[in-house]
Structure formats: structure tokens, C-alpha cells
Design a protein around this ligand. Structure first.
Ligand code: SF4
Length: 204
């Protein structure tokens, strides 16, 4: 059994269904078939979703896209989108790491991504490349501290030590982006969270 098969096996044991797709084309076809017109859809911040063209895809679908990237949004309007995500029919996000023992890891700055993954939207789709698979807790945390969080801090233009050193030093900076770490190791509503792996390296 390879690590992808093992990860799917243990996600399933934890009550989280997982499927594997081959390409970005397959993901968009999957969303076409599984997200009904007129649905309300929210998203988490994700380079994976961006690189798969999912934000643009949602803007062009006949549905209510809670588009947090709309540049015309005021601060209060953006906060309203974050709150409306809790009542969405679908919430799409990626993950910072998924361990082969079936746990999903996400680190978040303001909680607007991890909170609706855990509670609220009727269906949560975690879409991620197989590069996010790690063996265990230690590797998941290491992946976040050495890869995901520093690269995200750079992307966001933050003034944090990791943007210079290239890895996390557990800073107390005012610009710190690492406030909420979630580890999902099961789910209360059996079919709510679903993982979609793509056989590619996506995001970071
Ligand atoms: S805790 Fe600070 S140093 Fe560590 S990754 Fe987050 S922002 Fe960077």
C-alpha cells in the first residue's frame, strides 16, 4: 500500500471520505457535477484553489459565490462574507498537510478558514495536491513551520522573522500569521467534510 492509499484508508477510518482525481480538469468537472446551480459557495484562502482556477470557475458559475477576493469589498463587507460562510451550502479549501494516519492540518491567521471547515457549511471540500501528504504529526507540523507558513507570510508581505530566515521561529510579531492550528481527526456529521486529492504538486 502506498502513502496515498494509506492516507485514504485512515481518513475513511476517521469518517472522512476521500477521492483521487488526476488533473485540474477533473476537479472542475467534479465541481460541475457536485455543486448545484444556485448554491451558496464560500472559500478559504488557498494557492491550490487559485492555481486550479477554482475562484475564477466559481465566478462564472450560476451560483452565489461568496467572493472574499472582490477588490471592491470594504472591511465590514469582507467580515460579512466570513460570517456568511458559516451558512454556505459548500465551503472549499485546501489543507496545509494531511497525515497518512488520516488527520487534516490547517494553520490560520484570523480563523476565517479553519472555523467554517470545522463547523457550519453543509459540505466542506478539502482540495489538495498529493504533495501535502506527510507521515505523521511531527512531519505535518514541520511542513507547516518550514514550508507553508513562511511562504504564506512572504506572499502576504508580512514583516515576520520567517520571511527572512525561511522557517518559523515561533515569533510574537504583530504581523504573525500563525494563530489558529486545527487538526481534524474525525467529524461529527459523517458526510460533511470530504477530501479530494489531485495527483499533482499544488500550493505549499
Ligand atoms: S509564528 Fe511567526 S515566524 Fe513562525 S511562521 Fe508564523 S509568522 Fe512566521
Amino acid at each position: 500500500m502506498n502513502i496515498l492509499e494509506k492516507t485514504i484508508k485512515f481518513l475513511t477510518k476517521n469518517g472522512i471520505e476521500a477521492i483521487v482525481l488526476d488533473s485540474s480538469k477533473d476537479v472542475l468537472a467534479y465541481l460541475d457535477s457536485n455543486i448545484k446551480d444556485s448554491s451558496v459557495v464560500g472559500v478559504g484562502d488557498s494557492m491550490t484553489l487559485e492555481s486550479l482556477g477554482i475562484y475564477e470557475y466559481l465566478r462564472n458559475r450560476n451560483l452565489v459565490f461568496l467572493d472574499k477576493y472582490d477588490t471592491k469589498l470594504s472591511k465590514p463587507e469582507k467580515k460579512d462574507i466570513y460570517l456568511r460562510n458559516f451558512n454556505a451550502d459548500y465551503f472549499l479549501s485546501s489543507a496545509n498537510a494531511i497525515s497518512s494516519d488520516g488527520k487534516i492540518y490547517n494553520l490560520d491567521g484570523n480563523g476565517s478558514r479553519v472555523a467554517p471547515i470545522i463547523y457550519g457549511p453543509k459540505q466542506v471540500l478539502i482540495i489538495c495536491g498529493t504533495n501535502k501528504i506527510v507521515s505523521n504529526d511531527d512531519e505535518a507540523i514541520s511542513r507547516i513551520k518550514k514550508i507553508a507558513a513562511p511562504l504564506d507570510a512572504i506572499r502576504l508581505g508580512k514583516h515576520t522573522p520567517c520571511t527572512v530566515k525561511g522557517e518559523c521561529v515561533d515569533c510574537k510579531s504583530a504581523d504573525k500569521i500563525c494563530n489558529y492550528l486545527s487538526v481534524i481527526q474525525g467529524q461529527f456529521d459523517e458526510i460533511r467534510i470530504k477530501v479530494i486529492f489531485i495527483r499533482q504538486a499544488l500550493g505549499y
